[in-house]
Design a protein around this ligand. Structure first.
Ligand code: XMP
Length: 179
């Protein structure tokens, strides 16, 4: 796997430090006595970010999983997003925090936001590890952002290319011949 990597953009140590800061910001937004928080990670890219983030959050919460497909197979261009696994937790009148790996074209978060708003949550916020400011449209925003990156296809720390590299511990760019 290491031989496929061209450059590391964000090391695991940098990720770890930033996720601690994000957890503090998120915790400040949801005081501990305020119950009814549901985290909604978008599968599968957010799993490692989620695992590191939630262990730094002190408040009571539930998890509700949702899966969206937009990059099926060996592609780096997002197609139309579709929900492949819907939420099974009741979020009506709950505080909902959507967790995603990356805000790229915004199609995924737009779709998930629309679907969740239909269920009348009390509040709906979003936390993303990465954001590509040059691509994200103005109508899709994230309340908590880990890092802003250039418009390059990245892998590692949960993000995949054709199903691989999710277990690579850093955020990295593959060698051109690997795409
Ligand atoms: P959109 O374009 O809908 O993207 O904002 C959201 C989902 O697409 C995947 N994605 C990426 N995956 N490297 C990846 O490994 C990337 O650079 C990348 N950009 C988008 C990702 O699953 C994200 O949730």
């Amino acid at each position: 796997m290491e031989g496929d990597i061209d450059r590391i953009l964000i090391t695991h140590e940098q990720l770890d430090r930033r996720i601690r800061e994000m957890a503090d910001d998120i915790a400040a937004c949801y005081p501990e006595e305020d119950t009814g928080l549901v985290l909604v990670p978008i599968l599968a890219g957010s799993i490692i970010f989620l695992a590191d983030l939630i262990r730094r959050l002190p408040m009571k919460m539930k998890l509700g999983l949702i899966a969206v497909s937009s990059y099926a197979g060996a592609v780096t261009e997002s197609r139309d997003a579709s929900i492949t696994r819907d939420l099974s937790v009741d979020i009506t009148d709950q505080h909902v925090l959507v967790i995603d790996d990356i805000l790229d074209t915004g199609k995924t978060l737009r779709l998930v936001g629309q679907r969740l708003r239909e269920r009348k949550p009390r509040t709906l916020r979003t936390a993303v590890l990465l954001r590509k400011p040059s691509k994200a449209p103005a109508d899709v925003t994230a309340d908590f952002v880990g890092f802003e990156i250039e418009d390059e296809f990245v892998v590692g720390y949960g993000l995949d290319y054709d199903g691989h590299y999710r277990n690579y511990p850093h955020i990295a760019v593959l060698k051109p011949e690997r795409y």
